[in-house]
Design a protein around this ligand. Structure first.
Ligand SMILES: Nc1ncnc2c1ncn2[C@@H]1O[C@H](COP(=O)(O)OP(=O)(O)OP(=O)(O)O)[C@@H](O)[C@H]1O
Ligand SMILES: [Mg+2]
Length: 285
């Protein structure tokens, strides 16, 4: 059953009329063309689409890694504030990423010389003052161990990346992305380096972690077998985003009032399962 997101619900990610172009010879290529997307806390949505259609560009803009040509992007923080990503300086954007966003990419990009638990600890200490005291260090270690336990790696926490399998490395990556309790998880093809069983397990884990931790999650995937686990599915074609769930273009104000996507704050579409929102609200760490 789908639940309508009330007008009061604040999306964790709110993108409105975003356009992004890159130089391309004499002209410019439109990587994102008037894209609007809203994702609620605890909701996981998939973005599919052909190579070069703009999926990674969407994540880069949502993650403040690239500033769009036009449009608005905002992220709701855990404390209830809204951060407008467009207007941030480079330093402010880096801080917003550290505090409010989690990234999981195809390659796990772990630091070769750190154990699994240290990968998470380093993330928590980034941007902190050098004298962060022993009690904070203890809290950080405790949270690192808890997260590794939640992704099924309690007994692997002492291992270096080279001693872990591809699936295990991706689990560390997911735990690390959750370390700073982000309100938004941005995930780009996390299963493409894995076999189908391990890939399915990773998507299952992402779905569970998204709901448990109340983060919104945008998952780019080529694999159609994962789509039935999603709260909503979108397809990107030539920089334009359309909802596969309703077979309608994702445009401001579009939406039905029952099952399927509905309009949210006048922009984007979202189809939210009731359980997602309730678990999100009860599980905010
Ligand atoms: N840094 C860049 N400079 C110039 N053009 C770029 C850049 N990044 C992406 N593009 C172009 O923008 C378009 C969208 O690229 P993007 O990487 O978002 O596609 P994608 O859907 O993620 O593809 P894939 O499935 O292959 O990862 C493509 O035409 C690509 O060539
Ligand atoms: Mg890509």
């Amino acid at each position: 059953m789908s639940t309508i997101v009330s007008a009061k619900s604040v999306p964790a990610l709110d993108m409105s009329a975003v356009t992004l172009t890159f130089p391309d010879g004499a002209g410019r290529v439109r990587a994102l063309d008037d894209v609007s997307l809203a994702v609620a806390p605890g909701e996981i949505v998939a973005i599919t689409g052909p190579s070069g259609s703009g999926k990674s560009s969407l994540l880069a803009v949502a993650g403040s890694l690239i500033r769009p040509d036009s449009g608005r992007v905002s992220v709701a923080t855990r404390s209830g504030d809204t951060v407008e990503l467009n207007g941030l300086s480079r330093g402010e954007a880096a801080r917003a990423r550290r505090e409010h966003l989690g990234f999981v990419f195809q390659q796990s990009n772990l630091i070769a010389s750190l154990t699994a638990v240290e990968q998470l600890e380093v993330t928590a200490h980034l941007g902190q003052r050098w004298w962060s005291g022993p009690s904070r260090r203890r809290d950080v270690r405790e949270r690192s161990r808890l997260l590794l336990d939640q992704v099924g790696l309690a007994d692997q926490s002492h291992k270096l990346p080279a001693q872990l399998s591809g699936g295990q490395r991706q689990r560390v990556n997911i735990a690390r992305a959750l370390m700073n309790t982000p309100s938004l998880l941005l995930v780009d093809e996390p299963t493409s380096a894995l076999d189908s069983a391990r890939g399915a397990a990773i998507v299952e884990l992402l779905t569970a972690m998204t709901r448990t931790h109340g983060a919104a999650c945008v998952l780019v995937t080529h694999d159609p077998t994962h789509l039935d686990r999603m709260d909503a599915v979108y397809e990107m074609v030539d920089g334009r985003l359309r909802s596969v769930t309703s077979d309608q273009d994702v445009e401001p104000g579009v939406g039905s009032s029952e099952a399927g996507p509905s309009s949210l704050n006048g922009v984007g579409l979202v189809s939210l399962r009731g359980t997602a929102m309730s678990s999100a609200l009860t599980a905010m760490p």
